[in-house]
Design a protein around this ligand. Structure first.
Ligand SMILES: Nc1ncnc2c1ncn2[C@@H]1O[C@H](COP(=O)(O)OP(=O)(O)OP(=O)(O)O)[C@@H](O)[C@H]1O
Ligand SMILES: [Mg+2]
Length: 358
């Protein structure tokens, strides 16, 4: 995608229509949401906008008269809105309302369904390759439990029995944690609830999960976690993001090298980075890696959907991802998330439409 100018869109109406428009437009390259207005300051669309640091107002006139707006989309259903828009909009701003807005709305529903199927399919495909890894990870504790149970059968010493039981309890807890992680990952929650997510905890979880699909024995995992605020998200979605990046990194390093995971605050945004010491990405490939179905892996090894899903999920939370790569040295993927409720340092329109090059 080229560095063409973004289209600046103002959304009127913070109900289901406005909420869906925000979800769609934040996913699209080349679109910047100037703001959303609804006379009800508690409308769900306004709340979502505030979480994503998109300007939200209860005064439609101020938004409509914004000179930077290219397109005004009215999903208020309020019959007096078109006249108000005509009165206050700048001459160059176009206006989409009525049946045309309804048409856009129904296209969005279809697009959203399609994307959700794709994201789910990607998840299932990784779960498929997990199966052997999961069985392996579950087998170890099971064998240990069997061993301790046999020791209990053979011992008369109450102190030893206590000790073996403690070991068994430890293994059961370990198994239970693993099954919780797998469930968290496998679950799809289309209308998922947003909950506060501790990013470092989820990164550690992603490393544990990555063990199901790649071998991490010879990878040194280096966590550098500086404190960052929680982000409001669906944990399963962020887990999918981190796992995809970690699995890519480990695969690139051929299961041998250093994997550095960082969290920190940078320019007022939450920054997460996943860095590897792999072969890097060729400059001509760097612009393509987020495109669906782009893969350099052998047929049957990769679908090329991983980074596409990663990018889409991050955009959904108002964030962006930047790859930096040096051939022969390694690759770092840096993710920036806005802190809810804090003014953003960069205006949405300045988000790069293409990943930053090295
Ligand atoms: N850490 C990395 N180091 C080097 N190349 C990478 C790295 N991460 C991604 N790539 C490149 O980007 C391509 C696309 O990655 P993506 O995760 O979208 O798909 P995939 O890993 O090939 O397949 P899938 O994730 O669907 O199994 C990869 O094939 C690889 O060429
Ligand atoms: Mg991948």
């Amino acid at each position: 995608m080229g560095p063409e100018q973004s289209i600046h869109i103002a959304i009127l109406g913070g109900g289901r229509g406005g909420t869906a428009l925000i979800e769609l437009f934040t996913r699209c390259h080349g679109i910047a949401i100037t703001g959303i207005a609804d006379t009800n300051p508690d409308a769900p669309g306004l709340r979502l906008a505030r979480n994503l640091n998109i300007p939200a107002t209860d005064d439609p006139v101020s938004l409509v008269s914004d000179m930077t707006v290219d397109l005004i989309v009215d999903v208020t259903g309020n019959p007096s809105m078109p006249a108000l828009i005509e009165r206050h909009k700048s001459a160059r701003a176009e206006f989409l309302g009525g049946t045309a807005a309804k048409l856009v709305w129904s296209l969005i529903q279809d697009e959203r369904d399609l994307y959700e199927h794709l994201a789910h399919a990607e998840k299932l495909s990784t779960l498929g390759t997990f199966a052997a890894g999961i069985a392996h990870e579950f087998n170890n504790p099971l064998h240990m439990m069997l061993g301790f149970a046999q020791l209990i059968q053979d011992t008369q010493d109450p102190a030893s029995v206590q000790e073996y039981i403690q070991e068994i309890v430890k293994q059961i807890k370990h198994l239970s944690n693993m099954s919780t992680s797998v469930n968290l990952y496998a679950r799809t929650s289309a209308q998922g609830e947003l909950v506060p997510v501790q990013i470092p905890k989820l990164l550690d979880e992603a490393v544990r999960m990555a063990k199901f699909s790649t071998i991490l024995d010879e990878v040194t995992v280096i966590p550098h976690y500086e404190p960052v605020p929680d982000i409001q998200a669906e944990p399963g979605e962020l887990l999918q993001v981190f796992m995809n990046l970690i699995v890519n990194a480990v695969q690139a390093m051929n299961a041998r090298g250093r994997l550095t995971l960082r969290t920190c605050m940078e320019n007022g945004s939450i920054t997460v980075s996943v860095e590897d010491t792999g072969p890097g990405i060729a400059p001509q490939d760097l612009a393509k890696i987020f495109a669906p179905f782009f893969t350099t892996k052998k047929t049957g090894k990769g679908t090329g959907l991983g980074l596409y899903i990663v990018d889409t999920i991050i955009r959904k939370y108002g964030g962006r991802i930047e790859p930096r790569s040096e051939v022969g040295k390694g690759t770092a993927f840096r993710i920036h998330f806005p802190v809810a409720g804090l003014p953003q340092q960069t205006v949405p329109s300045s988000h790069p439409a293409t990943p930053a090059s090295i």
